[in-house]
Design a protein around this ligand. Structure first.
Ligand SMILES: [Zn+2]
Length: 227
């Protein structure tokens, strides 16, 4: 039998007719079905990232109008409230981010700093202002109100250790002592060490114990950390 020259004859002619028909119908049938469904359902919604959502890990570049409005409104209300307030947090310029003050600060000092800046803390002046029973606003030295400003700047009961604070935080106004990172941290630490605030006494004891235990070099332990 003479071999067929496959190059000269299309494949269709070499296959049984039924198979060719079914195969063609199969393919065409699927396509027809897709076209029909597309017409029935309309164009599919293509997912696109939302215009106002920044990719993760990147800061948002442009603020929306509503963001700008909200910030202005917040600033307006803040400045209005700040007029009659004495706490440092109200005196800090609007543009300064207070978050920097708290970074790299141990938790108890960060808490103390927050309380000092807002003057919401267990000093007699504040406790009496919120009507805590049995609290006299006087300071132990006889000054009529025990406030952050009085303790940091003037109280004669803390004169001895105030020199330490001045050497670390500088002879500054209270607002500046609580508004720049190094000074604010030194001031918070000093306040904790004074032991005026009951809630920080445990933190103060732990700090003192750690200071006693500290030795200048521990090479073996340091090496083990890297293994
Ligand atoms: Zn005093």
């Amino acid at each position: 039998m003479k071999a067929l020259n496959l190059e000269r004859y299309p494949l269709r002619l070499l296959l049984p007719e039924e198979k060719v028909r079914r195969r063609g119908k199969g393919r065409g049938g699927d396509r027809a079905h897709l076209v029909e469904r597309a017409e029935r359902e309309g164009p599919r919604r293509v997912r696109r990232p939302r215009a106002n959502r920044a990719p993760p890990g990147r800061p948002q570049k442009e603020k929306s109008t509503i963001d700008e409005w909200a910030e202005l409104e917040w600033q307006k209300r803040w400045l209005l409230k700040a007029r009659k307030r004495k706490a440092t947090t109200w005196k800090t310029p609007w543009t300064q981010s207070p978050l920097k003050l708290y970074s790299d600060t141990p938790k108890h000092q960060a808490s103390a700093l927050f309380l000092l800046r807002t003057e919401v803390l267990g000093l007699n002046g504040w406790l009496a202002s919120i009507n805590v029973p049995g609290i006299d606003p006087n300071c132990g030295c006889g000054w009529p109100t025990q406030t952050v400003h009085h303790v940091l700047m003037f109280c004669p009961l803390h004169t001895a250790r105030r020199a330490e604070l001045v050497s670390r935080a500088g002879p500054e106004e209270m607002e500046r002592m609580l508004s720049t990172p190094e000074r604010a941290q030194a001031t918070a630490r000093w306040f904790v060490q004074q032991g005026i605030l009951q809630q920080f006494n445990l933190a103060k004891e732990i700090e003192e114990e750690e200071a006693e235990d500290q030795t200048p070099f521990q090479p073996l332990e340091a090496e083990q950390d890297f293994l």
